[in-house]
Design a protein around this ligand. Structure first.
Ligand code: NAD
Ligand code: ZN
Length: 361
């Protein structure tokens, strides 16, 4: 297949998206060029666009970090990866290879070069870190050692959301240390991460309390995703009591997975998690704080363990669950030119499951 000189991309410049053509990069040492077929739209990219976090993102910046595609060319030192291989490109797209999500030489979609921030380091590896390595494009550079191997037979559109949302919630559930038969509350259950979290939790033998807003999300959680209970935070008058009541003994869930995009649940979860339970903050709403009473926290022996994407091992495990047909979360396909429409829905909290960009549209 001939690789074009130019490609379409959604470029965030000055806090606005510009749909335009940019050069297709060439892979350097240790890099592969991936023809992105599908790319999931994660709320993280919308946070970056809005400047929601304590540091400014690169400008220009191309979002997208759930890319599923095919290797179309490769640089030197990429043994083991061949042209034609099906791979996934993730949020952490360049690491020191010591199996951590927090090594210094790594790159994520914020790719802030030369600032000393945690996302830096490898800016020298790729020629143009802000533009070259993202999945809001048709072609994207990736570190050969960091790409995920997509198992044979996977539906490439359906697998795309696993590459951030799936890995992240799978790792979060492991972090909660919930055991089969125990109960986990998933807060933000109707969104991209939440819908996958419900599926992974069921596959891991857990009972699920899904918490989100609106009837559609309740219907999807109970009828499609296997939740045991749905609590509508827009209707509940006492969310702490409602969550506790949803467990058979009234003591609350053993784990809480926080993937909501608003801060309130991060202040409430410590009140309804059961004694010895674990609260796992994952969502990244702006200006959010985790809150817990010291007195009740000590008496309950509360654990709060934040969780950040996942390692290469978590990736392989999360993909294995998917390849075995255990994870079927709803997604809708749209064209790259329609990205702004998804962001508008995200802003209103109206995304049901995941939107996936179909690069052929
Ligand atoms: P999304 O927009 O698809 O879903 C967010 C959901 O939260 C929506 O369904 C919304 O209705 C719900 N919500 C908002 N306020 C709520 C409340 N008070 N109670 C219950 N539910 C509420 O977003 P997403 O793509 O699933 O991402 C979720 C969050 O996870 C984002 O903040 C994202 O940046 C973050 N994230 C973190 C990591 C990590 O490694 N820690 C990885 C990926 C995404
Ligand atoms: Zn993400």
């Amino acid at each position: 297949m001939a690789i074009p000189e130019l490609q379409w991309a959604q470029v965030n410049e000055g806090g606005r998206l510009h749909f335009k053509q940019i050069p297709v990069p060439k892979p350097g040492k240790g890099e592969v060029l991936v023809n992105i077929l599908y790319s999931g739209v994660c709320h993280t990219d919308f946070h970056a666009l809005n400047g929601d976090w304590p540091f400014p993102p690169n400008d220009p910046l191309i979002g997208g970090h759930e890319g599923a595609g095919v290797v179309v060319s490769k640089g030197e030192l990429t043994e083991g990866i061949e042209i034609g291989d099906k791979v996934g490109v993730k949020w952490i797209n360049n690491i020191c290879l010591k199996e951590t999500t927090y090594c210094v030489p790594r790159r994520n979609s914020l790719a802030i070069p030369r600032t000393g921030h945690s996302s830096v380091g490898a800016s020298s590896v790729l020629s143009d870190p802000s533009l070259a390595n993202r999945m809001g494009t048709e072609y994207c550079l990736a570190q050969a050692a960091t790409v995920a191997r997509i198992p044979d037979g996977c539906n490439m559109a359906a697998v795309a959301p696993i590459l951030c949302a799936g890995i992240t919630v799978y790792k979060g559930l492991k972090t909660s240390e919930c055991k089969p038969g125990q109960t986990v509350a998933i807060v933000g259950a109707g969104g991209g991460l939440g819908s996958l979290a419900q599926q992974y939790a069921k596959a891991m033998g857990l009972r699920v309390i899904a918490i989100d807003g609106g009837e559609e999300k309740g219907k999807m959680s109970l009828e499609e995703l296997g939740a045991d209970t749905y609590i509508d935070f827009l209707k509940s008058k006492d969310i702490v009591n409602d969550v506790k009541k949803a467990t058979a003994d009234g003591l609350g869930p053993h784990g809480v997975i926080l993937v909501s995009t608003s801060p309130k649940p991060f202040e409430q979860a410590s009140e309804y998690v059961r004694p010895n339970g674990t609260v796992v903050p994952i969502g990244l709403p702006p200006d959010a704080n985790i809150k817990a009473s010291v007195f009740w926290g000590v008496l309950k022996m509360l654990r709060i363990k934040c969780s950040y994407v996942g390692t290469r091992r978590d990736t392989a495990e999360a993909l294995d669950f998917f390849a075995r047909g255990l994870i079927k979360a709803p997604y809708k396909l749209i064209g790259l030119g329609q990205l702004q429409e998804v962001y508008a829905l995200m802003e209103k909290g109206q995304v049901l499951g995941r939107y996936v960009l179909d690069m052929s549209k």
